[in-house]
Design a protein around this ligand. Structure first.
Ligand SMILES: Nc1nc2c(ncn2[C@@H]2O[C@H](COP(=O)(O)OP(=O)(O)OP(=O)(O)O)[C@@H](O)[C@H]2O)c(=O)[nH]1
Ligand SMILES: [Zn+2]
Length: 311
């Protein structure tokens, strides 16, 4: 029998079958993922085969091939990984310009990671009701324009005034989406507006349990009324870090990648080389300073090819 994993409770996986029935399942045997150790080999979004037993529980016997999946380290220094979600159509990055201010470095690292994972990203700029004076309005337009011009979908929104909510609901319809973003940007508020009856806890910014400790995450798929679903991964603000190889970082910045075809040397790192089209575009403001700074910051802590991203 085939089914879709809709929830991970820690000890059980809830599998929804074609008839809509939800069956608690366990894993049978060991599933090995190419090249990395994984504490949690099956994830919400996985299509699986199950072997049902008379007591109405079942074993997961096979995982279908995934179109993509996102992982994170089980803890900061751990070599083990956890799969957070599989078969995503869209990652929604929720950002805010005030209260709290999302840094461009965080945004750009997220976008680059999503590119590496082969997941489309939509940027939802939330809390625009707080941007009232001319300067903050201008900043909003500048940020929206910057990312739209690179090719990302951008929605300006507020869960307080309702602005942009319809547009976001339309963008999510029929898709399997993951909502990410720093603590306090309004992810729970957005889910509460989009998913009737979800009633997630809003408002208590609880940095105490966000600080680097091992937190086991149980994800859940929340169905959208018009079709599609949001995968909620409580306590996870991003994709986790990827160890990029220096040479590949430019591939994940679409505008830098596009420009790099015109660099004099085809192994150009776009940091100091003569005839570098990227450096030229940065000085002409055809590539944004903030994006280039994020590129450099990733290059700085990327590895020299001794360790590849684990998939
Ligand atoms: N002014 C304003 N406040 C908002 C908006 N959306 C959410 N908030 C408030 O921002 C605070 C944080 O919202 P949450 O929905 O809990 O944010 P979150 O991203 O889920 O936070 P974590 O659970 O810590 O990751 C709450 O006080 C919300 O009421 C908005 O559009 N405008
Ligand atoms: Zn170059």
């Amino acid at each position: 029998m085939k089914g879709l994993i809709v929830k991970n409770t820690g000890s059980w996986y809830i599998v929804r079958t074609a008839s809509g029935e939800e069956i608690p399942c366990k894993i049978k045997g060991t599933f090995r993922l190419k090249g990395f150790r994984c504490t949690n080999p099956v994830a919400v979004g996985d299509h699986v085969e199950i072997d049902r037993r008379p007591d109405n529980t079942a074993f997961i016997t096979k995982i279908d091939e995934r179109k993509n999946y996102i992982i994170r380290r089980a803890s900061n220094l751990s070599k083990e990984f956890q799969i957070l979600a599989a078969n995503l159509d869209l990652a929604v990055l929720v950002v805010t310009l005030v209260n709290p201010e999302t840094s461009t470095t965080f945004i750009d690292r997220f976008l680059a990671t999503a590119e590496a994972y082969n997941v489309d990203t939509l940027i939802a700029i939330n809390k625009i009701d707080l941007l009232v004076d001319d300067d903050s309005r201008a900043l909003l337009e500048a940020v929206a324009y910057l990312y739209a011009s690179i090719g990302y979908d951008v929605i300006k929104m507020s869960t307080v005034t309702g602005e942009g909510l319809q547009e976001l609901a339309r963008a999510l319809t029929g898709k399997m989406s993951l909502l990410s973003g720093n603590s306090g940007v309004g992810k729970s508020s957005i889910i509460n507006k989009l998913v009737p009856g979800a009633r997630l806890r809003v408002g208590t910014i609880s940095d105490v349990h966000h600080t680097g400790m091992h937190t086991t995450t149980f994800s859940e798929m929340l169905d959208l009324p018009a079709g599609g679903a949001i995968i909620d991964t409580p306590g996870v603000k991003g994709f986790g870090t990827i160890d990029f190889e220096k040479g590949e970082v430019a591939h994940y910045f679409p505008e830098i990648f596009k420009m790099s075809s015109q660099c004099r040397y085809n192994n150009c790192t776009h940091t100091h080389e003569p005839g570098c089209a990227v450096l030229e575009a940065v000085s002409d403001h055809r590539i944004a300073q903030s994006r280039y700074a994020s590129y450099l910051s990733i290059i700085d802590d990327s590895t020299e090819g001794k360790y590849r991203k684990p998939y």
